[in-house]
Design a protein around this ligand. Structure first.
Ligand code: NDP
Length: 296
């Protein structure tokens, strides 16, 4: 099912992301597009384009059947939505604020308790990408809301639905972001190593980018190990990787740079080697992460 007429939409939160979202929704014809922000002065450019600034959060909610929430974090969502509970009843909340799966599930439970339809969203994009297909937005929660408002959601970027468990979109979001941050930290470590001898980071990343891209072709092989639990090494063993990573750590110390990033990798490897898995694949570090020390 899809919308017959573009639904009026209200957007709570006019940070960099909220502004981009409100703008895209307005350009998509969801008029009136009503906006609200805790601190005044963030709506001027949107009002100039024809969006409506609500004087209060309650007025913003009461202006539309669909409320998009784009605030800083879980605490700001609670602080903003709790006083609006009565006004939100019978409306749809699409919450694209970054939060943990647990927080998303708690928000969904709160919404269900108060007769509020709830769709949780996670944004895999920066504000400049909003409205382009390259922006990926992940959703979970109300299937009916996702189906009914698919056209609205597609105005923000490519929309994917991950099921009725409201925490699922956040789970994927944070897993992807975790991969990204670890990768960036690795590049920062490499850049610091070469910077110790005056090599500009620009020169380094020109090599690191293609190198990392080439290495990602190995990811499906890693996934096979992760999924099967069979870590038989086809090429390099953990013992081999340990020698390499220990050498990187030693070189880092020799160059006078920090070993924090590479030491984390050493810890993951060492735990598996100590447990007798040195002849298995590097992918075995998955077990160090999946079952952390101290977990039952
Ligand atoms: P900003 O820091 O630019 O804006 C934060 C917004 O939250 C502002 O509207 C701010 O209002 C509001 N806010 C903060 N605390 C409170 C509170 N206690 N009560 C009411 N409102 C509050 O962040 P973004 O717009 O960039 O990000 C918004 C969400 O989008 C975040 O969850 C972020 O993780 C997510 N996101 C952002 C991306 C990005 O590249 N920017 C990428 C992917 C996701 P005020 O103006 O009054 O301070």
């Amino acid at each position: 099912m899809s919308e017959q007429q573009p639904t009026p939409v209200s957007v709570l939160g006019l940070g960099a992301m909220g502004r981009a979202i409100a703008d895209a929704i307005h350009r998509g014809g969801h008029h009136p597009t009503t906006v609200w922000n805790r601190t005044a002065g963030r709506a001027e450019s949107l009002v100039a384009k024809g969006l409506t600034l609500a004087p209060t959060a309650t007025a913003a909610v009461e202006a539309s059947p669909v409320i998009v929430v784009c605030l800083l974090d879980d605490a700001s969502v609670r602080a903003t939505l709790t006083p609006l509970t009565g006004s939100l009843a019978g409306r749809l909340v699409v919450n694209v604020t970054t939060m943990t799966p647990k927080q998303a599930r708690e928000t969904a439970a709160w919404a269900a308790e108060h007769g509020i339809e709830y769709l949780d969203g996670a944004i895999m994009a920066i504000p400049e990408m909003i409205g382009l297909p390259v922006a990926s937005l992940l959703y979970s929660g109300s299937a009916a809301a996702f189906d009914t408002h698919r056209e609205l959601l597609e105005l923000l970027g490519t929309a994917r639905y991950f099921g009725t468990d409201a925490g699922r979109a956040s789970l994927y979001d944070l897993a992807l972001l975790g991969s990204m941050y670890a990768m960036f930290a690795g590049v920062a470590h490499g850049a610091a190593m070469v910077a110790s001898e005056g090599v500009p980071a620009a020169e380094f990343v020109a090599m690191a980018g293609p190198w990392i891209s080439a290495m990602t072709t190995g990811l499906p092989g890693h996934a096979e190990h992760f999924d099967s639990g069979d870590y038989a090494a086809e090429v390099q063993s953990l013992d081999f990787n340990k020698a390499a990573v220990d050498t990187i750590a030693e070189a880092s110390r020799d160059q006078g740079v920090g070993t924090d990033v590479i030491a984390a990798v050493q810890t993951l490897i060492d735990r598996q080697v100590t447990a007798g898995h040195g002849k298995e694949s590097f992918a075995r570090i998955f077990e160090s992460i999946r079952r952390p020390v101290g977990a039952s």
